[in-house]
Design a protein. Sequence first.
Length: 95
Amino acid sequence: MSFSITPEGRLVYTMKITIDLLKYNPKYPKHPKNFGERLRKKRMDKRLTMKDIATRLGVSETTVYNWEIKGIKPYRRTIKELKSILGLTEKDISI
């Protein structure tokens, strides 16, 4: 905590607080159980949005949503690209 005095003579206290929002996000999968949850966790860990992933892969946001939420698996070519973008392991892409 620090304080300063404004030109008007007011005393101002400043406190720095750091909060990791991922820990408090209810959509963040702390213990992922399937491919979609593992994909979402890796994406969120890298602070990427669904739109970021969709743009890099040349697919729609709906497609990324389907992978993460509806359990639809991407094509093998796309999985290879996801592995390089997000650092997915073989365990992450297994069913």
